[in-house]
Design a protein around this ligand. Structure first.
Ligand code: GDP
Ligand code: MN
Length: 398
């Protein structure tokens, strides 16, 4: 589950990670109130207004603006709230901004230069361990650094038996070229950041930039946090952090019925039990000349309720020209799935596209017979080859 920057920063702060202080606002008026609370001295300091969307690259898209007085806060926050923000990570349609974070400008001048770093904590799947990735080249062009000068990005692997060691935090601060107070502060920053990552069961923390201020403090200016969905049951309070307006509405609907659904761009909807079989089914659809409209894993219990929920979700996509149901009856009996399909079909009423049902496993023959005798516009198959031929046939008739 992705969360917003302001929520990620609140989590970091609760673990003792220093962050750029800020207050979230829904309207220009609230933004002004927030800026007043921040007690900024506008003779020397500014405030920054940051669009809150589940995508990075906001700076480049015009979603991060500085204001040097309250009038500018009102004007710029008013412009950002309600805008369709397009960044390199949102896709061409952009994302609607409904909140802004009003924060203290931490790039104030002082005794030394400010410096932006990159630090992230994530799981390295190939090593099966968490790693801390970091670079002196933080800021808005980290993607280009990764592409053109990958040797400037360092990795520190954490041994799960002993956790992050003091020498590792010091090595990171050293490689980032720090000394004195900034060095010490960075080691503390890294230790608290890693503690927060582990304690929240996260799968990614990306802090870009981590800033060294002109008075040698280390703090998080940005926070991109991904909480591992599989760990959410251990953190009931995180449910409140979910922002479903940032998610695909059909995917939200599907998760309510415990269906694993991912929308795709094709014309053949598919409903399958098991992720591996779903992948194979998508291949079969392509081989038959179609394009999968979705990935949908109905899980272990394919009954009338789940089949009905699956139908409704697939049919909400206007591109769907046919639906392929591919169920392996291992624990679930095929004839019960057939009955589920028939019941769901009758309950929904007129389904405007042909349906191909391929059932294999326990009671497959009885299951096929049920479908064939139902009188509905449902084609049945036992072999995948037959199902594929049916997909080709119904697409040709369209
Ligand atoms: P992103 O573009 O979505 O990753 O958003 P960030 O939070 O990283 O902000 C983008 C850029 O805005 C940063 O790299 C900074 O250069 C700049 N920025 C963010 N906060 C401040 C601030 O308080 N003062 C100034 N001067 N610049 C800031
Ligand atoms: Mn950033």
């Amino acid at each position: 589950m992705n969360i917003h920057e302001y929520q990620g920063k609140a989590i970091l702060k609760s673990f003792g990670v220093r962050v750029q202080e800020g207050i979230v606002a829904d309207t220009a008026e609230q933004a002004v109130e927030a800026a007043k609370k921040l007690k900024v001295d506008y003779n020397s300091d500014w405030v920054v207004i940051k669009a809150q969307i589940h995508a990075g690259g906001r700076g480049k898209g015009g979603g991060v603006k500085l204001a040097k007085n309250l009038e500018e806060v009102r004007e710029k926050a008013g412009k950002i709230i309600g805008m369709q923000l397009i960044t390199p990570q949102t896709g061409p349609e952009g994302k609607l901004v409904s909140k802004v974070l009003i924060a203290q400008d931490v790039y104030y001048p002082g005794e030394s230069e400010t410096k932006e770093f990159y630090v992230s904590v994530l799981l390295d799947r190939s090593r099966g361990r968490n790693i801390i990735m970091y670079s002196t080249e933080g800021g808005m062009d980290i993607e280009e650094v990764a592409e053109h000068t990958p040797h400037l990005i360092f990795k520190e692997e954490i041994d799960p038996k002993v956790g992050l060691q003091g020498f590792q935090a010091r090595k990171i601060a050293f490689n980032l070229g720090l000394s004195g107070d900034a060095f010490k502060d960075m080691t503390k920053f890294i230790a608290s950041l890693y503690k927060a990552y582990e304690a929240t069961d996260s799968s990614m923390f990306e802090i870009n930039p981590v800033l060294k201020t002109s008075d040698n403090k280390i703090l998080a200016v940005d926070a991109k946090v991904n909480l591992d969905d599989n760990g959410l049951f251990r953190h009931p309070d995180f449910a409140a952090l979910r922002d479903t307006s940032e998610e695909d509405p059909t995917e939200v609907e599907a998760s309510k019925s415990n269906l694993n659904y991912v929308k795709l761009d094709g014309n053949v909807g598919c409903m399958v039990n098991g992720a591996g079989l779903a992948m194979a089914t998508m291949d079969i659809i392509k081989l038959a000349g179609g394009e999968p409209a979705n990935f949908l894993d109905v899980g272990g219990s394919a009954n009338a309720e789940t089949v009905k929920a699956g139908f409704n979700i697939i049919l909400s996509d206007p591109n769907v020209k046919a639906i392929m149901i591919n169920i392996f009856g291992g624990i679930v009996r095929c004839d019960r799935v057939s009955q589920g399909v028939i019941d769901a079909y009758k309950e929904i009423g007129n389904i405007p596209v042909p349906i191909i049902v391929r059932l294999q496993g326990t009671n497959a023959v009885e299951a096929k017979k049920l479908i064939d005798e139902s009188g509905l516009q449902v084609y049945s198959a036992i072999l995948l080859k037959e199902a594929a031929a049916l997909v080709t046939k119904v697409l040709e008739n369209k």
